[in-house]
Design a protein around this ligand. Structure first.
Ligand code: NDP
Length: 255
């Protein structure tokens, strides 16, 4: 499953699921561009951990919802690394858990912009580079929220439905260019976002307290998500594109 000689961009790669994916890709031999929004310290920490794995790595500050910043970042990555083979659209923010009636329209715009516009900008910017390669890969990090679109999550639900819509269209558009496009959709994962979610929805302070009631006896870890991403972008995946893989141990389906 080697990813040697491939170059990956991971948006929101400095912490949480994105960091897990960036480390996972690097362990398989990929060089990694770590995108982040503002948390420079975590970006440098992640860069140091990836460097220790012996691959090339660099951090790039650029908000995904700023088109010019993303175009500039992608051009810079291509210059720094000489090529781009893999894009993981991971950067994301949660919504506040209110009904549509109680949601501030500005929140809706912010969440949808980050997920949908951010994913569109990065995908749009990277495709010309992927087309130059023998194979290209794009992964969208969606959410188990798209299994059943629960109430009190309209901005997030729309954001994730939107990025999936982009994925399924691009998969068809770029098939002839050997670009694989797949969606990876986790349930609750132990990250800052996941911890806030279980605190708000279940009143649980320590997310590991729900290990016993979680599928397979543990809360999903960033590595669980990274393993799926690494497989999908590797040459072990030769015939799967335009698909969605839920990484939630069926939790959302069993509710
Ligand atoms: P975290 O809140 O732990 O991390 C969010 C990451 O996204 C950070 O790296 C942050 O960068 C980055 N980010 C946010 N906004 C932007 C932006 N405008 N431009 C660039 N980067 C940005 O979240 P998770 O790691 O948990 O989530 C990662 C992805 O996984 C998200 O898309 C989320 O929706 C999805 N997901 C998470 C689940 C969970 O339970 N944790 C479940 C299902 C899906 P910075 O540090 O600089 O702010």
């Amino acid at each position: 499953m080697s990813l040697e000689r491939r170059v990956a961009i991971v948006t929101g790669g400095n912490r949480g699921i994105g960091k897990g994916i960036a480390l996972g890709l690097a362990r398989e031999g990929a060089h990694v561009a770590v995108n982040y929004r503002r948390n420079e310290e975590e970006a440098q920490q992640t860069v140091a951990e990836i460097e220790a794995l012996g691959v090339k790595v660099k951090a790039y500050q650029a908000p995904v919802d700023d088109c010019d910043a993303i175009l500039g970042m992608v051009a810079q990555v291509a210059e720094d690394f000489g090529q781009i083979d893999i894009l993981v659209n991971n950067a994301g923010i949660a919504s506040r858990g209110n009904s549509v009636a109680d949601t501030d329209p500005a929140e809706f715009e912010r969440v949808v912009r980050t997920h949908c516009f951010g994913t569109f900008y990065a995908t749009h910017a990277v495709i010309p580079h992927l087309r130059e390669r023998e194979r290209g890969d794009i992964i969208m990090i969606s959410s188990a929220a798209t299994r059943n679109f629960m109430p009190n999550g309209a901005p997030y639900n729309v954001g994730k439905a939107g990025i999936e819509a982009i994925a399924y269209g691009v998969a068809k558009e770029e098939l002839r260019n050997n670009i694989y496009v797949n969606v990876v959709a986790p349930g609750v994962v132990e990250t800052d976002m996941g911890r806030r979610l279980v605190r708000a929805t279940q009143g649980v302070e320590n997310i590991r307290d729900i290990d016993a009631t979680s599928p397979f006896g543990h809360v999903c870890q960033p590595e669980d998500v990274a393993n799926v991403v690494c497989y999908l972008v590797s040459d072990k995946n030769s015939y799967v594109t335009g698909e969605r893989v839920y990484v939630d141990g069926l939790a959302a389906a069993m509710r």
